[in-house]
Design a protein around this ligand. Sequence first.
Ligand code: SAM
Ligand code: SF4
Length: 503
Amino acid sequence: MEKPLSSAQWTKQIINQHEIDKYLINGCDFVSESEIILHLKQNSHTSSQQIHDILQKSLAIQNLSPAETAALLNVTSAELWEKIFETALAVKRKVYDNRIVFFAPLYASNLCVNNCAYCGFRSENNLEVRRMLTSQEIISETQAILQEGHKRVVMVVGEHQNTAIEYLCEAIKAAYSVEYKSIKTGCVSRIRRVNVNAAPMDIGDLKRLKEAGIGTYQVFQETYHHQTYQEIHPANTVKGNYRWRLYAHHRALEAGLDDVAIGALFGLYDWRFEVMGLVYHALDLERQFGIGPHTISFPRLNPALGSELSIKSPWQVSDADFKKLVAVLRLAVPTAGLIITAREKAELKKEVIQVGCTQTDASTRIGIGSYSKDDKVKHLDSEQFVLGDSRNLDELIQEMIQQGNIPSFCTAGYRCGRTGETIMGMLSKCDEGKFCKLNAVLTFREYLNDFASDSTRILGESILQKEMASIETMAYFKNKPHLLQKFHRDYSELLNGKRDVYI
Ligand code: SAM
Ligand code: SF4
């Protein structure tokens, strides 16, 4: 392994000030703390009628303003919160229908030059055993992930010169190259969408990521609060530059990567402030590029090896507040997908999915190389944090079905060019949910045949038949007979052993 550059040398090489300054307005970034605090103060006693009006605006699939978001965040009545939860689910159903999309994170490397106080991968954590997977190891990990039935992964790496753009492109290529033959049917499946969660890059590297064929580019701001950000990300590290991170998605959109994902690590600062930060972020992307975030993530701080902050933060978010913040995000940015991860415990995850989440991970392993290890032992010395939910995909699918959701492995959107403005347009007209229902049924059919346990298959058949009957009566398809014809043809072909058909 090459001798790593020092953090200072790396920072100098990575950060291009011009690719920050061009997005500023009068030299300021879009997170005005005084404005956020004022909104939270001025909207602390909104009448119940006004809250109902705000909910109606969300139901009309319009973004909420910062003031409206602040009003929801300040609600104190338990009765109104119930109404908020109910409306959040209604908005989700209107935009995305009852689909829940599954993915698996693929942790490729824990090498990192940064020193984020909350993370097990931070450079000063000597308890962490450092490892970066070779292409062959990525292939083994992908095999193990495919064996569960997954079709999409999020490739995750720390920030390090050895795992920068060259490495990432090779890793993505390796993941896409793998073929897995189902033991049940002999049918071949592949990973169809590799998303990436990696450090902010410059526009040149982001163009290369696009060429590598990624789906979504995901970067979490961690905290939008400037001072807190500086306290937990040392200034002499790349990550110590708040604005380099804040404008990562702007650069991605400029590079033509038009599915971008934002997020905040809840538990570092006041959760209401972070929700406001996410809303300002979504609004600025729309203002500057006409495209909002494809997804929003809201990881909560989990205990991490060698990180005192991860267990002692004064800003830990309670389960009750967590549910509220997810519901408000659903209402404030109605077109964004919402991702809940295996950081959360099973019971809470089950509850929070029903206030508007659209994606979740399953069979999750976050140790480097731990999917392909035979043992089920946790690899704490190479994990980023401790997981809350270790259930496998089959178990989670049963739960989703029992909740009235249809599991989906659809990756058609970006493969058919339905990204960026196109997908945003479809989402805001509430067309996407109906259209993608077809792909949800097709991909779930594949899963049931190729991977499901006997009990999941029995449960799955019943929801599949119900969904297929509902498709026949949906007004949306009435004047689109070609879509239904293709759907029926694809469905029959799947039953005859063809795979990877989509609309
Ligand atoms: N190194 C890249 C970066 O920082 O952008 C990649 C991401 S990191 C491996 C993935 C995300 O995990 C971080 O952005 C952070 O939000 C989250 N994370 C870090 N430490 C965590 C912890 N203790 N609990 C929960 N999530 C954590
Ligand atoms: Fe490195 Fe990312 Fe962890 Fe920070 S959050 S220490 S940048 S892996």
